[in-house]
Design a protein around this ligand. Sequence first.
Ligand SMILES: O=C(O)CCC(=O)C(=O)O
Ligand SMILES: [Fe+2]
Length: 351
Amino acid sequence: MSILEEPSQSSWDLQAHRIAIPAHAGPSQFASTSTQQQPADTIDDEGGFFYLSNFITEDEERFLTEAILSAPKPKWKFLQNRRLQEWGGQMLTKNNTLMPQPMPDFFTSYPDLISRLRSTGAFDASKHGEPNHCLVNEYLAGQGIMPHEDGPAYFPAVATISLGSHTLLDVYRYVDEDLQKDFEERMKEHDEKAAKDGVASSGEEKGAQDSTSSKIVPKERIEGNVKIVRGARAREPNPVFSILQEPRSLLITTGRVYKSYLHGIAEREVDNAAQLVQVANANLLDDSQLRSMVGKAKAKLDAGAAETQQNGKVEEASLPRDTRLSLTFRDVEKVSKGVAAMMAYLQGGKK
Ligand SMILES: O=C(O)CCC(=O)C(=O)O
Ligand SMILES: [Fe+2]
């Protein structure tokens, strides 16, 4: 049944790999608008999260890891808390355009990841019908990525292959629409009043003023434990669910859910029961030990905290993270065909 047994499989039944979004975690109606460059109705597909374990073999995992780690040093970009590589070309964030370069053999030939990804059908409706860009992130144990939404440069389909270690991708929702609207409303009143009084609205108002007792509305404000920032949509503080990604697995996110949620990876070295109860894809995991660990964590939660405390000793699940490489494939819609792209192409490898 798996791709390992049928590598020439020409299409996938993605629906069989759909992650059921927990009932309490439905997408907020307040989906992305501020960052949207295309009208929401061009994405007619509700989409979803799809989890495919063992998308690649252990040999392929080793081969890819070796190929990535032996890339020339300048290929790495160092961020504050992780490093990354870009393949398929460089993204110009200013105009969301890809300066293309050919994909490396280790994505097109062995393993033939691009055609395998094409065969999932996730990119059928995208401009090029397959991914043309891959971001490789390396996370050491304890490293992560802040909750975020991927930008508008990409067709709403993301395919991430994990190498080396499991991780939990935490999924967050935006805050309630009314809360944000109320805040924006008061911001507007504040601006109008400031303009009338001839006081320039400065960026120095950041702070913890109590907006109900002060006439000055700060640029950001805490509601409960939700931080609302002017001009940005606020998110709920805790993930609504998490997706456990095993090594060699593929996670696909498509359609409207791509824009309805944020995602991030907490900076944790070990995942324990408190986090594992949040896992929404336990039924799709390959590793039976992992499945049972998640199952036990959930059963414990169902049994109630009081009962578990009675036992005195709580048997804690503990799943240490190791170094993980993630390969995030996307289709960048705008690809430069100009002289600059040619230069980037010619200089490929010398960056
Ligand atoms: O490493 C991952 O699995 C997620 C990466 C990610 O969210 C991103 O690069 O936008
Ligand atoms: Fe992302």
